[in-house]
Each structure stands twice: as C-alpha cells, then as structure tokens.
Design a protein around this ligand. Structure first.
Ligand SMILES: [Zn+2]
Length: 560
C-alpha cells in the first residue's frame, strides 16, 4: 500500500503554468514546469511562474521533473525551478532541446548533463514507482502524456493534447497504448481542460492544410503569414501549402524564433523541397503571386511584426496594395484589441486580412468529444481536470458526468490543494503554499502587488513630486518645497494648483517641525494625504505623490 498525494502547484483555476507534484511514498514526481504570460494590467511584468516554496522545502524527495512538451506553459519556468532544486529532467528529444535552450539562456548550461531524453518505449524505474510515456497529438511534435505506475493504480497526466485521426506521423497518438493503459487500471487522470468549454469540433489537420492551400491559391498577390512560432504543426502546413501552390517561403525577421530554428535543424519541420526556400534578398525580384512571407515574431509574437510592416518600420517587409495578411494561428483573447488595430492598419495599406478561423475551427487542445474519448480509453476512477480556469475545469467535469461519472469521482482542486488517497478514496485534505511569482526582467519574485499598483497608477495618473530640505535643529524649512509633476498636469496651465500645493506642504512641514515628537514617516504620510486629497478634489485624479524631504543637519545659516 503506497501513500499517494497529488498536488497541483500551477495549472488549475488558470490557463498555463502547469506544475503538478505526484507523491508516491517518499518520492515526488514533478510533472511539467510552465509559465504564463501576464494579462494586460500587469505592467512591465514579463511572465508569471509558479511559487516553488513547497518543492524547495521538499527538494530532497524530488526524483525527477517530467516534461510533456516544449511549449512555455510546460517548460518555461524550468530554469527557475532548477535554480532551487537539483533533480534530473526527463523529456522527449525535441522537448529536451527546447528546455536546454531556456536553461542555457539562464546560465544553467552545466545542468544539461542531468537532462535525459526519453521516448514512448521507455520504462523508468524509481524506488517507489515506474514512469512511462505515451505519444499524443498537439501543435508541437514530440508531445507525450506521462504515466506513473503505483501499486494503487496508475496516475496519468495527458499534458496538452487533442485527437486527430488525420495527423501526420510526427503528431500521431498511440491509440493502442491508451487502450492498454486503460486496461491496466487508472486511479486518477489529470486531463487538459483548455478547450473544454468550446462546443466546436476541431477539424483534422488534413482539412487545415486544404484550407491554407486554398487561401494561397486564391490570393493574387503576396501572402504574409503571421503564425506564432510555437505552433510547429501550423508552420509545417504553411510550408506544405507553399509547396503545393508553387510559392516560395521567405522568413522575415533578422533571426528565427529559436523554437522554429531548432525544429528546422532537428528535422521536426520537414521542408517539402529545397526550392520553396527563398532568400530574403530575392524577395523584391520574385513575382508577388509566388511569395509567402512567414512571420513568427521576434519573441514569438507575430502581430507586432505585422504592425511594423504596416508602418514601414520592419527591416525587410513593407505591406503594399494587393497583399494578403493571413493570421494562421489564433492569438489569445488578450490580443483582441491589438488585432482590431492591426487589421485596420493593414486595410489602410491597401491590403486585406484573413484569419484561419474565419472558415474552420482548429485548436491544439482537446475538444469535448476528445475529452470524452480520453475518458473512455483510460476509464479512470477519478478525473482531475487541469490546465484550465475554473469554468473550464467545471465544463470538463460536466462532460464526465454525461458519461456516468459521479460527483465524488470528480476533483476540481485549487492551487496548492493536496489530493490524498485514503483507504482507496481520493480527496482534498489540506493545502500547501502555492501561487504566482512575477518575473520582471532579471528580478524574480521581488515585485509584489504594491509595486504593480504603483506602476498602474503611474501609467494612468502620473506622478507628483514634492522636494524640500529642512533643518530640525533650526526648526525651519531651508529649501523648497519644489514641485515637479510627470504625466499628470501641464505645469504652465496649472500654476495655481502648484502654488496651493506648495503652501500646503510648507504649512505641514512647519507644523511637524514645531511638534515635540517629529516623525519622518508621519510627516511624509501627512504630505501625501493632504496633497492627494487636494489634487483629487481639483482634478479627480490620483497621481502617485512622492514627498522627498531631506535633512540638512550640518547646515549653517550664512549669518550664524
Ligand atoms: Zn502546448
């Protein structure tokens, strides 16, 4: 009888940032280690990673970190985990290649000797459990699901997946293996919920290819394809479609997005024929109807590059009349306003825009039918919907109920919930520390909600700085107050407001200097409150008020 715990440390009640700890007796198996890109209101934050406190506290017990695929939501936070935890990393060839790039970029090149390539035929024995893998279909090749074999049954984590009977070999699911796993008895299934809410069925990749071919054939001029670099299967289809329509592919941008570059070097993107590869210097001498420009964006964000092409700020490409901008991967909802703005600019250049989703529904994640099929294959005793916000986890649970699952078989944990096996029953028993850590350029976790609030206020309301020099010994204000504002009001037109602020500050300074219990914090707070209140009353805005009060202790009055 093994002691079993499953702890989602990321990836539940949120999209992305997958991180699950499965404990079998004393061993901890870490599944995925992803990050998430922040939403609009997190100013200046590059990305969000999971809180690793629990894993750090228990690092001696971690036997391995197992990765399902090479997307940022599965491997992006790995370098940060490796900074606090020293454990071997397991993944398929392509996944390890991508994980290695991110590790090297963080200066962790010496850890690569602890990275191990696995494949779907391998069985890895650990003291408390065995780990195996099964191939899945996703928008990036070499995706796998993970199985942890315990004497209480198997624990299966799908990673991001979908089903597609028309998938090419690099992307095919091993249906036979799924049946075998189901036969052997699954205790718990952690399954992808990202697309559980959508009632649209994904079309097969074969149909997607037809759609792209048709688009390329119907276009009279150049086609500029904007496709997110991590969608390797889509880039493959764009290559194939260019081949079928006798167009040449030109990669724009100075350097290729590293995932695409790695995929090309490792033959994970198959080039149908050398003749389709165009040299960017030949772009202007190639007839328009033979051109496909592939833009994956410098940091994987192609829409920004398209915008630069419209404005004539792109180094190689300028959008012109007759061009078709083809959005070949669906940007997340967060980009909706950007998208609308860019479309407008494209049309103003005399070009047109088409989105792949205008005609077909396609996603790298399991549709409702796919999710039901997975449940049918694996027949788990318990379903734990993961990789999704609460409403998606819930939609996944609703599907399971349609298949006859009872409420007690469906577990919808929050971050840090400990799901424990007790006398054959899995239930949430307690919580461990879990949450978000914000990464801002080089700093990790030193940005809290207060800093974010200040950044938001600064960007929306501006800043108001009050500078003065005082002498407590002399009990008087020596210099100032001087008032500066940025991003708030135009100084020349608001002399009166500034003068009032200056007088108010002077009064406050005098009052505090006269007091017997002078306190720096109280003084600054008092200035902030008074000025803040006054500015709000006058302007209905709340800028950041920053009093900088200095003490001139050795100051001598000239006539002293
Ligand atoms: Zn993915």
């Amino acid at each position: 009888m093994s002691k079993i715990q499953i702890i989602p440390l990321g990836g539940v009640r949120e999209s992305g940032k997958n991180l699950y700890a499965v404990e079998v007796n004393q061993s901890i198996f870490v599944l995925d280690c992803g990050l998430v890109y922040p939403e609009g209101e997190m100013l200046g934050i590059d990305y969000v990673i999971p809180d690793f406190s629990y894993l750090e506290e228990n690092k001696e017990r971690i036997v391995g970190i197992f990765l399902t695929h090479g997307h940022a939501d599965a491997v992006g936070a790995l370098p940060y985990l490796l900074e606090v935890v020293d454990a071997p990393v397991f993944g398929t060839e392509f996944t390890i290649a991508i994980a290695s790039i991110t590790a090297k970029a963080k200066g962790l090149g010496d850890r690569l000797e602890n990275f191990f390539k696995i494949d779907e035929k391998m069985e890895i024995e650990f003291e408390d459990a065995q780990v195996t893998f099964f191939k899945t279909t996703h928008s990036i090749p070499d995706s796998v699901g993970i199985v942890i074999h315990t004497d209480e049954g198997q624990i299966v984590y799908t990673g991001d997946f979908r089903f597609d009977a028309g998938a090419t070999p690099l992307y095919q699911t091993e249906f036979g293996r799924l049946t075998d796993i189901g036969e052997a008895g699954v205790l718990a299934l952690l399954s992808d919920s990202a697309n559980a809410e959508s009632s649209f069925e994904n079309v097969s990749d074969l149909r997607v290819l037809d759609e792209i071919v048709e688009t390329f054939s119907n276009a009279d001029g150049r086609v500029i394809v904007a496709c997110i670099g991590s969608n390797i299967s889509r880039i493959q289809q764009v290559m194939d479609a260019a081949y079928h329509t006798n167009r040449k592919i030109f990669f724009s941008g100075t350097e290729l997005y590293d995932i695409v570059d790695t995929a090309l070097k490792m033959d994970k993107i198959k080039i149908p024929s050398r003749r389709i590869l165009g040299q960017i210097k030949q772009l202007n001498t190639t007839p328009d109807e033979e051109v496909v420009i592939l833009e994956t964006g410098d940091v994987g964000e192609p829409l920004k590059a398209v915008e630069a092409m419209c404005r004539g700020q792109h180094r190689q490409v300028k959008i012109k009349e007759g061009d078709l901008v083809y959005i070949a991967s669906t940007p997340s909802l967060a980009f909706e306003t950007t998208m609308a703005r860019i479309k407008d600019q494209v049309y103003r250049c005399g070009a047109t825009v088409q989105e792949i989703t205008d005609h077909i529904s396609t996603s790298g994640h399991a549709s409702q039918t796919d999710l039901k099929l997975m449940l049918n294959f694996l027949k788990p005793k318990y379903l734990i919907p993961v990789n999704g916000e609460y409403r998606m986890q819930n939609a996944h649970a609703v599907l399971a109920r349609q298949l006859g699952y009872k409420d007690e078989q469906l577990l919808l944990p929050a971050l840090g919930d400990v799901i424990e096996l007790h006398q054959g029953v899995l239930q949430i028993t307690k919580q461990v520390e879990a949450g978000d850590v914000l990464v801002d350029g080089i700093g990790v976790g030193d940005i809290g909600s207060v800093v974010l609030r200040d950044r938001r206020i600064l960007s929306e309301e501006g800043i108001f700085i009050v500078v003065a020099t005082i002498s407590r010994r002399l009990g008087r204000v020596l210099v100032g107050p001087q008032i500066t504002s940025r991003g708030f009001i135009y100084v020349k037109e608001n002399i009166e407001i500034l003068q009032t602020c200056s007088t108010m500050t002077l009064d406050t300074l005098d009052k505090h200097l006269a007091s017997d219990n002078f306190d720096w914090n109280e003084l600054k707070q008092d200035i902030r409150d008074q000025i803040g209140r006054y500015l709000y009353q006058e302007t209905k805005r709340r800028p950041v008020v920053l009093p900088i009060i200095m003490e001139a202790s050795s100051y001598q009055m000239p006539n002293e």
